[in-house]
Write a protein that binds this ligand. Structure first.
Ligand code: SF4
Ligand code: SF4
Ligand code: SF4
Ligand code: FES
Length: 947
């Protein structure tokens, strides 16, 4: 294995269709119009020396190293800023050019500390390379002259350092922060020789606007911006392409290694989801994989009040299997079930649901999508016929109007947000429908045309009002609807949305959004060109989550914004493989590819291959499993990579359900909160320790590649196999590729997927089959998967969760960039530098009424429970609405969320909880009790002591 070197073409690829042919050093080369001479030369295999150019940002033309001569033109233009022309004859290596380049390099080197041998970038430095490339052997001016300003080493960022003494003022970092990341955190202060890169208002990086995405570090040609891990460990010696295990964007990375140690994760330009960009989590926050709290040995205990006892893997499997067999013998076949993990691979998820259906003999399988995007699956399959988003991320480059509903992409899906912001800076218009003024509403050079700050729980009303305007003002794309949708259903829908009660004026009264804002937003969406909707959990996690998804689907159909680049309906999926977990048949009613378990033909296909009988009736969903546990009929659960105690609503109910079970098996990296109620702990493996695939929000299936041996002994798929074997249900796979082959055999939308194809193409988007052998970037082109698009009536039914004198405020929840989900991984990284605790955001008016000051402890109370946390006073929210994140178990935000859920899918209504806030002295009694219980529950008797 060696290091993967991706070619740096110096300038971005031109997207022009017209091609031109020129000659570079006697070689004919044909490239798209608008390509720089530098890039054309690179494509012909000629490397022109360069310093300020890199293909992740536009050319700048400041270093003057890349000069060329062009026949018939005077002077020596910079090849990075000069576009090609037909018939052009270019020379890249003449005596005159050599002399100029040497002179330029002499100036750079005379101002550079010559500590190459001990520099962290030694061997990985473009300045060094260019000195060699131009044949610099001496510096006439010596090295003792005046130096450019050096404000001093900045080590404030946990992951990278800034050493201005090494800066060559090429501004690649500044441009990367602007053009790629869109944060505009960096500037070049002063001019000429005094130029110096500065974060924010000449602040330390950590205090500036910097979000630690790493784009500047990647762009920097010297050691000025350098990863601390490289400084500590040394330069990497081999690399492996794999996929980020955090969010549903699915960024591809090169894991750059020394032996089995990760030196750094470098975003892979070949990754079609991220195109070489990253966020702080995937780029830097992998330290949890070797965190001291990671559990590496299996453990068991008879009672949850006992300390854990480390045991051998054999003993753990034997104990777990005997308990499950005992429970099934005593309480019946349906008394056990399992939860698949959206953090694990497709193959691992498929195996767990197979074990449950075929090994346990019931359909009691569910997944965390129950609590996030299950309404997406339902709503989109009802209207369009597939349970997934319609576009690829590239589609945003063709969008004219973006409507974001209930999503916070700069925090939740940061790399997609950067691509989106780039399009907005190019002129696309933005509509944001969100109770909170999220960062995307106004950020550098981006400002939403309309922000609809609706009251939590009124999505359906507002979306139906948008439809009202579109229909009543004659903005429907009738030709599209007539051709692609059921016309009768459309007419029924059009009549419904046109009713006065659905008008913006009426809806303004319940949503708090001014009628005129709704009208203007609707007009823009319907008439602004290609319009795309991106949405998140602010849509789904409501009692009308599925209805909201259908309302979104209706809008796109009515305006013809479906079935081509730049448009569509796009759920932004939370966890790295939540799309995959759903695709793989993790829901109790569906086999892989979203086929209902009651379908005889589908079931027979599986029964034949698996050699077992499958139950026809859907099994229990997570909330039903917990209810059944409290009722005494559900006794055992196998939970792979999911922390339901912290992530699911109404913590007290989850705890009661878990505590009522006789055997809870948790498979995870850490003793998570759910494990406080577990009897068996199977230590899990990280994404660095296994092979497999993840499927991102665009339906893109990408390889996860093992870069080190599992520290716990087994990859998660192997643990499931061995548990199955102990239960007497033998499964035979030597490698996850064989599991994927089985998935492909059983799942029409995956029929063409294989590891060979993924290795060859890099990734594919399902459906991938005979009709689409290389996958399907955009769905519903020419027709909907279900045939005719189906308009659904979206009657607004207010949630039963109402504010009143006791609970006058509405709580809504969300997440933050640096943390991920329940925080089990990110809390065990340096990311805590940005978010060490969950805070309660509250409007100054509400805070003042309650005597709450910024940073004060407050008690938040709902009818489900109460917890305490510190207040953050902000005008991001309207009065009457409060907000918090749920990344920290000490806060346990879900103690206050209720058991209301989506009518169709049981997805919990996290986004609307009526609460009261009051000043508090510190953590509540319950929090103190819980902390003590968690501490006691984490006592471990080591294997050696037990022997
Ligand atoms: S890490 Fe990202 S956000 Fe921070 S300065 Fe660099 S490019 Fe900008
Ligand atoms: S910090 Fe690096 S990328 Fe930025 S100007 Fe200096 S040398 Fe160039
Ligand atoms: S967390 Fe998401 S956006 Fe960040 S690097 Fe990973 S996949 Fe990309
Ligand atoms: S690389 Fe062209 S001017 Fe610097």
């Amino acid at each position: 294995m060696s290091l993967i070197h991706e070619i740096d073409y110096g300038t971005p690829r031109s997207k022009a269709e017209k091609e031109v042919t020129l000659t570079v050093d006697g070689m004919s080369v044909t490239v798209p119009e608008g390509t720089s001479i530098m890039r054309a030369a690179m494509e012909a295999g000629t490397q022109i020396p360069k310093l300020c150019a890199t293909d992740m940002v536009d050319a700048f033309g400041s270093c003057r190293l890349c000069l060329v001569e062009i026949e018939g033109r005077a002077g020596t233009p910079a090849s990075c800023t000069t576009p090609v022309a037909a018939g052009m004859v270019v020379h890249t290596q003449t005596d005159r050019l050599k002399k100029i380049r040497k002179g330029v390099m002499e100036l750079y080197i005379s101002d550079h500390p010559l500590d190459c041998l001990t520099c962290s970038a030694n061997g990985d430095c473009e300045l060094q390379d260019m000195a060699g490339a131009v044949g610099l052997r001496d510096v006439r001016y010596g090295y003792d002259g005046e130096r450019h300003p050096n404000p001093g080493l900045d080590e404030s960022n946990p992951y990278f350092t800034y050493d201005p003494s090494k800066c060559i003022a090429c501004s690649r970092c500044v441009r990367a922060c602007e053009e790629v990341q869109g944060t505009f955190a960096l500037t070049i202060a002063s001019r000429g020789f005094a130029s110096v890169v500065s974060a924010g208002m000449e602040e330390p990086f950590l205090n500036s606007e910097c979000v630690s995405c790493g784009a500047c570090v990647q762009a920097c040609p010297t050691a000025t911006l350098n990863e601390k891990s490289v400084i500590e460990i040394g330069t990497p010696e081999h690399s492996v392409v794999t996929t980020c295990a955090y969010c549903g964007v699915g960024c591809a990375f090169k894991a750059e290694m020394r032996g089995e140690e990760v030196v750094r994760m470098v975003p892979y330009k070949g990754g079609k989801a991220n195109r070489g960009h990253s966020c702080v989590k995937g780029r830097f926050a992998w330290g949890y994989a070797t965190h001291k709290e990671r559990i590496l040995k299996p453990m068991i205990r008879e009672k949850i009040t006992d300390p854990w006892r480390e045991v051998s893997w054999d003993e753990a499997f034997a104990y777990a299997a005997s308990e499950f067999k005992r429970i099934q013998a005593k309480y019946g076949k349906n008394s056990v079930g399992g939860i698949t993990s959206s953090r694990c691979t497709n193959e691992e998820t498929f195996l767990v649901q197979k074990l449950i259906r075929a090994g346990f003999g019931n359909n009691n399988v569910d997944t965390c999508a129950r609590v996030c995007h299950s309404p997406t699956g339902y709503g989109l399959s009802q209207t369009y016929g597939t349970s997934a988003g319609t576009q690829d991320f590239d589609s945003v480059e063709h969008t004219d109007v973006v409507m974001i509903i209930g999503a916070n992409p700069t925090d939740g899906h940061p790399v997609f947000a950067s691509r989106l912001k780039k399009r907005l800076r190019q002129g696309a218009k933005l509509i944001v429908v969100d109770p909170r003024r999220t960062d995307i509403v106004r950020s550098p050079h981006v400002e939403a045309a309309h922000h609809l700050p609706l009251l939590p729980g009124t999505n359906v009303a507002v979306l139906t009002a948008l439809a009202h305007v579109i229909v009543t003002e004659g903005l429907v794309n009738e030709a599209f609807v007539r051709e692609r949708c059921d016309w009768d259903e459309f007419q029924e829908w059009a009549a419904f949305v046109s009713e006065m009660r659905n008008s913006p004026e009426e809806v303004a009264k319940i949503s708090g959004v001014p009628a005129e804002t709704i009208r203007q937003a609707a007009r823009l969406y319907a008439t602004g060109g290609n319009a795309a909707i991106y949405y998140g959990l602010g849509v789904t996690e409501h009692s009308q989550g599925s209805t909201t998804v259908m309302a979104i689907a209706n809008l796109a159909m009515a305006t013809g914004n479906i079935g081509r680049p730049g448009v569509g309906v796009n759920p932004l999926r939370g966890q790295n493989n939540v799309q995959g977990a759903c695709d793989m048949g993790s829901f109790p009613h569906e086999l892989s590819g979203y086929r209902h378990i009651s379908g005889d033909a589908t079931r027979e296909l599986f029964e034949e291959l698996w050699g077992v009988h499958l139950e026809k009736e859907p099994g229990l969903r997570i909330p039903n499993m917990l209810d059944a546990a409290v009722d005494g009929t559900f006794k055992g659960i196998y939970i792979q990579g999911e922390d339901i105690l912290q992530s699911d609503p109404d913590t007290h109910h989850v705890a009661a359900g878990l505590a009522a079970m006789e055997c809870v098996i948790v498979q995870d990296l850490f003793l998570n909160e759910t494990a406080n109620y577990a009897h068996v702990f199977f230590p899990g493996s990280t994404f660095l320790e296994k092979d497999g695939t993840f499927t991102n929000a665009e339906r893109r299936i990408q390889r996860v590649r093992k870069v080190m041996q599992p520290k716990n002994g087994y990859a998660d798929w192997e643990i499931t196999l061995l548990f199955a074997k102990a239960l007497g249900y033998e499964l035979h796979y030597d490698h996850p590729s064989q599991i994927m082959d089985e998935i492909a055999r059983l799942t029409p939308t995956f029929a063409g997927v294989s590891y060979e194809k993924l290795d060859e193409l890099g990734s594919v988007q399902w459906p991938c089959n005979e009709k689409a052998p290389e996958g399907t970037p955009i769905m519903h082109i020419g027709g909907f998967v279900r045939g005719k698009g189906r308009f659904m009536l979206t009657e607004y039914i207010p949630t039963d969760e109402r504010t009143g004198p006791r609970f006058p405020l509405l709580l809504t929840t969300g997440r933050i960039l640096s943390q991920y989900n329940v925080g089990a991984q990110t809390r065990r990284t340096e990311n805590v530098a940005w978010h060490a605790e969950d805070r309660l955001e509250i409007h100054p008016h509400d805070a003042e009424q309650r005597g709450v000051r910024d940073g004060d402890w407050v008690r938040i109370q709902s009818r489900a429970g109460e917890t305490t946390l510190r207040a953050l006073i902000t005008e991001r929210l309207a009065p009457g609405v409060v907000y918090t994140t749920f990344h920290h178990p000490t806060t346990q935000a879900n103690v206050v969320t209720t058991d209301y859920s989506d009518w169709a899918t049981n997805c919990p209504e996290y986004k609307v909880t009526a609460v009261q806030i009051a000043p508090s002295n510190g953590p509540s009694e319950w929090q103190a009790q819980y902390d003590e219980m968690a501490r006691r529950s984490r006592r471990i008797v080591p294997l050696e002591a037990a022997e």
